[in-house]
Design a protein around this ligand. Sequence first.
Ligand SMILES: Cc1cc2nc3c(=O)[nH]c(=O)nc-3n(C[C@H](O)[C@H](O)[C@H](O)COP(=O)(O)OP(=O)(O)OC[C@H]3O[C@@H](n4cnc5c(N)ncnc54)[C@H](O)[C@@H]3O)c2cc1C
Length: 530
Amino acid sequence: MITIRHVGILRVPRLIPLRSSLQFRFKSDDSKKNNKDNKDLASKSDSNNDVSEFNIKPATSKSAPAPIDATNSGLDRLIKKNNKPYIPKLQHQRVAYEYPGLPNEDDFTKSQKPKLTTRWSRYIPKILTVIAAGWGVYAIKVWMYAPEKGAESKELLDPAEFHKFIVTHKEQIDNDHYLIELVPKFDHWKYSFHTNYEEKSLWNGDRIWSVDVKQPDIMVVRSYTPLPLLFMKSEYTRTGEKKPLLKVVENDSGDYDRNGVMCLYVKRYNDGEVSKYITNKEVGEELELRGPRIEYKFPYHPLKKFHTRPMFRDLPSKIESENLLDHIKTINDLPDFDNINFFAAGTGIAPILQVLLSRNPYRGFVNIHYSAQKPGELKPLERFMFFLEKLDRVKIHYHYDSDKKSILSKKDISPPTEPNYISPMRIEDETPNSESDNLKLRLDILQGQEKQDQKSNIITERAPRYENAIQQALITSNQPKKGASLSIVCGPEGYIDYVAGPKDLAQNEQGEVKGLLGNKKWDSKNVFKL
Ligand SMILES: Cc1cc2nc3c(=O)[nH]c(=O)nc-3n(C[C@H](O)[C@H](O)[C@H](O)COP(=O)(O)OP(=O)(O)OC[C@H]3O[C@@H](n4cnc5c(N)ncnc54)[C@H](O)[C@@H]3O)c2cc1C
């Protein structure tokens, strides 16, 4: 039924154009075969013209199929035409091997088997792979690469263990003087740094400290004095266009004291084991440091409780003034800080620079006697010394071997003055009292201390106000300075002998005070040999 309607209805409008196109093609083709086909097609199309004989009844409705009058339609003739018998193929070539579906079964009607997996189960192989890889890495790290010494230390420096530092800059000042910038290789120490900054920060001008540097090839160590300095690097310094500027680590800030950076000021001895080893190091190489080793602690002074000197900064105009100092002294009835002498030769200047450039610098006035072979050994450090003088914190006396008249001699040394304040411990040490007297003294000191604590809260007078430390120094530098009551000597053995008499190295003791200081009545109570 469907076939009949297709033939009868759809082919009718196509017949005429088909014939004309075919005729056109056949005219251009002169082969016999095509003439024959042409005739066949022409006869076929003539028979198809018979469709026009079909009586098509008018439709009963628009959607109804076109009814055909079967009585006089010639359909019987059409059906009989080409009505070949069905001959099954003897051989069938299969192209697909799927098992044919059951009758009325398709993908949608197939019964769904219950899922045995959850939606997470596809992640399980990935998770297992990650765990296995992590375990593998951990195992390799633990068994093959044991952590380096100091890598997991909570301290930037440890007196009992060497920690690795990287050389990040090396500046040669002259033939045998270098500044070496170092940063810690590991940063585990940072985790606990801010929780106890006062304890953790290395830079505290209340003491002089050093580090041991190891020469691992011969297992020898030597002491060196770190300075709170760093080299400011930029793209210009990396390309070599400019030299990096030496700056002070402003160690009251929260950047882990500039990530633990420090500088060593080293004199190279060509036959010196460790100084040669250090100065041979190139940027990126490692050095091993152990410390800090406290070399000297400044004596106690009650004013320390009430007043801290603002730390040195690269821009001196940014250093705060000490406006309230005089006022605090008056209302607490406290003496001034003691002034000191510091005798340094060569790299022996490093300890006092460490103290003056650190947080909590020494609060008294410092006379620095600096001896060297010739000018120029300090070059990049001279800027800081100049500003320290401008701040009226120090006076530097230069003594050069190259200028015989300037060499340090007895004329440069004054006798000691009495300290403004003698600590109770020192009184106890120096006065041979009975035990009960000492007890009474301690009680008096404690009571006196309490009285001072009460007084400290009462501020009645107005103190002079200065904009910054430089402005204050303009006034104070004109005021006379009291003599020094403490002398510290630092330098090579020969220099120490000359200034203060030899150290008792065998006993690791200070030894009797002799030399220039001994001649001017200085003694073991007021001289310290570093
Ligand atoms: C607390 C402290 C802090 C120090 N800080 C610094 C510092 O910041 N910078 C610095 O460069 N040095 C500093 N030193 C000195 C340093 O520790 C070494 O002594 C010095 O670097 C030489 O060691 P070396 O292994 O190279 O020489 P060594 O192998 O010990 O000696 C080689 C030769 O040099 C001579 N020599 C050794 N040391 C001196 C010297 N100081 N003066 C003259 N001749 C010497 C020896 O007599 C010998 O002939 C400090 C020393 C101490 C105790």
